[in-house]
Design a protein around this ligand. Structure first.
Ligand code: ARG
Length: 459
């Protein structure tokens, strides 16, 4: 007979290559903590329904704590023949407690056990990422104060478009990361459902109390269908999808600051401690961290596809394919955490090169749209005003000058409704000052938003 926990019906031992091929201990050992949490709750429940005595449950719970200590201190050797973290813990429990240890897995399968562990893991991970995202939002909101008076060009198609206050940029990222936090919170509601007691796929004939384990583990509900929940990995896909949007937002920010940090833009100086040099070119100071944040996005997005392809076409209920779910999810989680740990430092310690920004603030006709809106306010139909300002821009191009440098005669030649007051909206500073609509990049709307964000972030 095979020595495996499940070895009763096997006449020969498992092939070693199979053991090495099918093990998951090399990557699921990190579930030890949540596995012990789940098993302790399960043991307590078994005692409450009379499937264990109170004394047996106490001994199991104490031994599980000891085993977790052994694992954390690296004292429990991992072996391929024990497959995964769940079998390692159970076999150690049996070594310690004999027949009492043999009772822990009553009314439970690794299928509901693994899903319980993963849900506990993801729930903690969501809470951790929520905190990291809030810290990043704080870093952006703090810059709102530092850079309150700086005007930046806004771009579309990477062409100069309209000017905005610098904090408008920072708060744009606060908004994106807020939606990420909301998405994670929403996913958390579906993560926070107990699968424990679904057993292998069909539930059990034993009088278990699923309410009790759910309550102990602080789940908000109990999965109603054992077949469904033992095959469900939706929650992992939702979690990694939410992570991939976090990564996408980080990547947009990283790309923008990589550009702004170039000699060509020169808007930004990155902190020395968060940049690196070149092995051959002595002058170099490279934005490697931002590039890696941008690059690592690929892994997080890849994890979502990996999981979707993994579950595609799997029949109900548990299939061993699902063991692979952890690799993708752990990697996405670790990657996003690593990025989020660095990002706030870069945000807080980069410097806007205000002189450099100001030196070219009047380039690119950032006030053209403001001029068009001035014409609209004088009664010119929008399309006509657009055409008029387009012609004035062409005139400036031919004269190599700015809109504000045109004479009143030249302006009135284009449109006789233009008056002397036009000069109060021309020029980038005037153009940004004139932005007043809700959510726009002008002073009052931006300062209102900044105040609201600071309150929301408890600053
Ligand atoms: N290590 C496996 C996993 O993570 C445990 C589940 C094994 N279950 C089974 N019925 N063979 O999926």
């Amino acid at each position: 007979m095979s020595k495996k926990a499940w070895g009763g019906r096997f006449s020969t031992p498992t092939n070693e290559l199979v053991e090495a091929f099918s093990e998951s201990i090399s990557f699921d050992a990190r579930l030890a903590n949540v596995d012990v949490r789940g098993s302790k709750a399960h043991a307590r429940m078994l005692a409450s329904v009379g499937l264990l005595s109170d004394d047996e449950a106490d001994r199991i719970q104490a031994a599980l704590d000891e085993i977790l200590g052994e694992i954390e201190r690296g004292e429990l050797p991992f072996r391929n023949d024990l497959e995964d973290i769940h079998m390692h813990i159970e076999s150690r429990l049996i070594e310690k407690l004999g027949d009492v240890g043999r009772k822990l897995h009553t009314g439970r399968s690794r299928n509901d056990q693994v899903s319980t562990d993963l849900r506990l893991y993801v729930r903690d991970a969501i809470d951790q990422i929520d905190e990291l995202l809030e810290e990043l939002q704080r870093a952006f909101a703090s810059r709102g104060e530092t850079d309150a008076d700086v005007i930046l060009p806004g771009y579309t198609h990477l062409q100069r478009a309209q000017p905005v206050l610098a904090p408008h940029y920072w708060l744009a990222y606060c908004e994106k990361f807020q939606r990420d936090r909301e998405r994670l919170a929403d996913a958390r509601r579906r993560v926070n459902i107990s699968p424990l007691g679904a057993a292998a796929l069909a539930g059990t004939t034993l009088p278990i109390d699923r309410e009790k384990t759910a309550e102990t583990l602080e789940f908000e509900g109990i999965a109603a269908n054992s077949l469904d929940v033992s095959s469900d990995r939706d929650y992992l896909i939702e979690f990694t999808f939410a992570l991939s949007l976090v990564a996408a937002h980080l990547s947009t920010w990283a790309e923008e600051w990589i550009l702004w940090n170039t000699t060509e833009f020169g808007f930004l100086t990155l902190p020395d401690a968060y940049t690196t040099g070149s092995s051959i070119m002595p002058q170099k100071k490279n934005p490697d961290v931002l590039e890696l944040i941008r690059g690592k996005t690929a892994r997080v997005m890849g994890a979502v596809s990996q999981l979707l392809v993994l579950v595609k076409g799997l029949p109900l209920a548990y299939n061993r394919d699902l063991q692979e779910d952890k690799l993708a999810m752990f990697d996405a989680h670790d990657t996003v955490v690593a990025c989020l740990q660095l990002a706030p430092h870069i945000v807080a310690n980069a410097q806007l090169n205000v002189d450099r920004i100001n030196a070219r603030l009047e380039d690119g006709y950032l006030d053209a749209t403001a001029l068009m809106e001035y014409l609209i306010s004088k009664g010119v139909p929008m399309r006509t005003g657009h055409g008029t300002v387009g012609k004035l821009v062409a005139l400036c191009e031919s004269k190599s000058c700015r809109l504000a440098e045109l004479s009143l005669d030249e302006l009135q030649d284009a449109c006789d409704l233009i008056e002397e007051d036009v000069y109060s909206i021309l020029g980038t500073r005037n153009a940004v000052a004139a932005l007043s609509s809700y959510g726009s990049g002008g002073r009052e709307p931006v300062m209102n938003q900044l105040a609201a964000w600071r309150e929301k972030l408890g600053m």
